[in-house]
Design a protein around this ligand. Structure first.
Ligand code: PLP
Length: 303
């Protein structure tokens, strides 16, 4: 079972609080962080069932799309990405995530936003089978039962007895569901939502039976993919102080939230907090292109 290191954040916190970060971002050079966990058992299943192709879904800068393309090369699958946004069809080279996926052999199927929203529709999936034949389907963001099984391996036995709080960024809620399932009942799991809206609680309840978790929506910075000058400045200061790169979509918002909650005395004195670095650093270069176009400060990071 793959393990990643916990690294202490060497900052001075009030009330003897200690913060560690689990470096899941270093698990694999391409299939980074939680996407590795979420794909692991899905790839095993696809192999076992004899599939040669994997089809999945994602947006323009999707970490999941990049991870699946990389996994295709590493584990010998053809990959097909159903991509949200028809306008991207002739912009692949301008988009570092899609360009990377294509270089790794992924074929793209671009669809408009309405079609994308209804992507679980049976007729639509059938039409994909007509075009691409047999494939193993992995849902958007990679979240399914096998993905959650993989995410149950993020916390080690020692983590479960050491930390009072475990913090994790959330998109679809799959990663945190696995963490909740595997955590001790005495630990509190906090999900930092990178999107607007409270629907994520329902997703989690589909996968977990426990109650020792909550979702914080205060640090989504306006919604999925949205950033502010303050967030970018925070990422750069954090990088300067710790030499740890965070991504602007997920882990940066989580870490901003954790440090803010520490300052606001959310955590009891002497709490030991573990933040999960779920990866996502491949998305920085695309975000920097957007920031540069707006003449904004860009994100400094370790390549
Ligand atoms: C995809 C992703 C998430 C969200 O994971 P979910 O399982 O969809 O909640 C969090 N962090 C990073 C870096 C990601 O790429």
């Amino acid at each position: 079972m793959e393990k990643s290191q916990n690294q202490k954040i060497e900052m001075v916190f009030p009330n003897g609080i200690e913060l560690y970060i689990k470096r899941e971002d270093l698990l694999h050079p391409i299939i980074s962080g939680n996407k590795f966990r979420k794909l692991k058992y899905n790839l095993e299943e696809a192999k076992k069932l004899g599939f040669k192709k994997i089809l999945t879904f994602g947006g323009a800068f999707s970490n999941h799309i990049v991870a699946v393309a990389g996994a295709g090369v590493a584990f010998g699958f053809e990959t097909i990405g159903v991509i949200r946004g028809e306008e991207l069809i002739d912009k692949v080279q301008e988009n570092p995530s899609l360009a990377f996926a294509q270089q790794n052999g992924m074929r793209f199927h671009f669809v408009d936003r309405t079609t994308y929203r209804d992507k679980s529709d049976k007729k639509f999936v059938e039409s994909l089978h007509d075009l691409y034949g047999d494939f193993y389907l992995i849902p958007e963001g990679g979240t399914n039962q096998l993905a959650i099984k993989g995410c149950e391996e993020i916390l080690t036995a020692k983590d479960k007895s050491t930390f009072d709080f475990v913090c994790c960024a959330m998109g679809t809620g799959g990663t945190i569901s696995g963490i909740i399932n595997s955590a001790n009942a005495t630990q509190e799991i906090i999900g930092f939502s990178s999107l607007k809206g409270g629907f994520l609680s329902d997703v989690i309840r589909n996968f977990v039976q426990k109650e020792n978790w909550n979702i914080n929506c205060e640090y989504n910075f306006g919604g999925y993919g949205k950033v502010s000058d303050e967030l970018i400045r925070f990422l750069n200061i954090f990088h300067q102080q710790t030499n740890i790169s965070l991504d602007p979509i997920y882990t940066g918002k989580m870490m901003f939230g954790i440090l803010d909650l520490i300052q606001k005395d959310y955590f009891p004195a002497h709490s030991k907090i573990l933040a999960i670095h779920t990866g996502g650093l491949q998305g920085i270069s695309g975000m920097n292109d957007l920031l540069r176009k707006k003449n904004k400060e860009t994100i400094q990071y370790n390549d």
